[in-house]
Design a protein around this ligand. Structure first.
Ligand code: ADP
Ligand code: ZN
Length: 363
């Protein structure tokens, strides 16, 4: 079993381990029992994940004599709201959960964000454990301790930084993950290869077929490498101030495309074409070589992720969805750019004219 330790603030009570392996469900119970973070566990899961894994997970905890209950909420990003939070909280109260209880987030990013948020505020905070079941949650949202919910005014507007006690990443969950969701995770993995780990980048190039077939050995390797990168960055920069910004590579444009599409384009696809655009901008500004820019485009294309911006999305809508750089009189936008593969820099300022031209070039 692979184990990654995330050390935060050098305060040992804030550090935790990420366990990664294929088919560890049977051993999770014992590991949780040994860690002894609570007397009682409440598993929180969305309706999809709960129907496949909910009962099994309860059996695992009960099998090692840990009292366990399940709270289910409807699957989907639309559930990431204050109503879900208050309904979970009220069920917790009804069940008699107290400060000697812990929550277990069994599910994708939505489950992790909601559960972490509830854990951080319920009775002034109780511990929680992450069991990410989507590829995106395994490599991205389960690391870093960001919790939160959406408001009608925008995404993630209410939230906290709250670290889990342990994270269990079992590749076996991915067997039942729908293709689109799998691709969302792949986009973040490619991003980590591009900004930090050139070896990972080449592995993704070589093993495209095995990854598509969800070969658990390859998945274990790429998930582990990606978790190490994200964990390492979060360690240096827990509260999202400086270096953590490089994780936004491809996201400035990606988010704007996702929003301008009315969320008909998935996060992974939007970030993918956002990465291509950003690589092109980096090339046009004479940072990135044409050869490496090409390699990035090929990898995204071969992985089956979005590499063009659909005509139906207006350039002006994409541009207006990005925050302008106030110091530059609103004519430019802040970007994480690339000097070369594995070498990003976060203080790039890009003129809107160049962004517009790059978007048009991707039609
Ligand atoms: P994220 O992409 O951030 O993980 P969600 O938590 O909404 O977002 O998960 C995406 C979708 O995938 C949800 O519909 C969720 O129920 C579903 N899902 C997550 N993990 C699995 C799994 N292992 N098997 C099947 N469906 C899953
Ligand atoms: Zn992302």
């Amino acid at each position: 079993m692979k184990k990654i330790r995330v050390n935060l603030d050098r305060r040992s009570n804030l550090s935790y381990d990420i366990f990664i392996e294929n088919d560890i469900l049977d051993r999770i119970g014992l590991l949780i029992a040994k860690k002894n973070v609570a007397r009682r566990y409440i598993v929180i899961s969305d309706s999809n994940v709960s129907s496949i894994y909910g009962e099994k997970f309860l059996e695992i905890l009960r099998g090692v004599n840990l009292p366990a209950d399940l709270i289910e909420f409807p699957a989907g990003e639309a559930s990431k709201n204050i109503d879900t939070v208050s309904s979970i909280v009220r069920k917790l109260i009804e069940m008699g959960a107290d400060r000697s209880s812990a929550l277990v987030a069994l599910g994708g990013g939505v489950t992790g964000d909601v559960t972490g948020f509830v854990a951080s505020i319920y009775m002034r905070s109780i511990p929680y454990i992450q069991v990410p079941t989507s590829l995106l949650a395994q490599v991205d949202s389960s690391i870093g301790g960001k919790t939160g919910i959406d408001l009608p005014e925008g995404k993630n507007l209410l939230g906290t930084f709250f670290q889990p006690k342990m994270v269990f990443t079992d590749l076996k969950f991915l067997e039942t993950l729908p293709d689109d969701e799998f691709n969302n995770g792949l986009a973040e993995i490619i991003k980590c290869g591009v900004i930090d780990d050139v070896e990972l980048f080449h592995l993704l190039e070589r093993e495209g077929e095995a990854i598509k077939n969800r070969n658990p050995d390859i998945l274990e390797t790429i998930v582990e490498r990606t978790c190490r990168i994200k964990g390492g960055i979060v360690e240096i920069d827990e509260k999202d101030a400086g270096i953590r910004r490089i994780l936004n590579f491809g996201h400035t444009l990606g988010h704007a495309i996702e929003t301008a599409s009315g969320y008909t384009i998935s996060h992974g696809n939007a970030v993918s074409v956002g990465m291509i655009a950003t690589a092109r901008i980096s090339e046009k500004l004479n940072y990135l070589s044409t050869g490496e820019r090409n390699m990035i485009e090929k990898l995204i294309e071969n992985t089956g992720l979005l590499n063009k911006i659909p005509e139906s999305i207006e350039t002006a809508d994409i541009i207006s969805g990005m925050k302008t750089d106030k110091k530059k009189k609103g004519d430019s936008i802040h970007f994480v750019l690339l000097k070369k593969l594995g070498v990003p820099f976060s203080n790039g300022s890009v003129e809107k004219r160049l962004i517009r031209e790059t978007i048009e070039g991707l039609r």
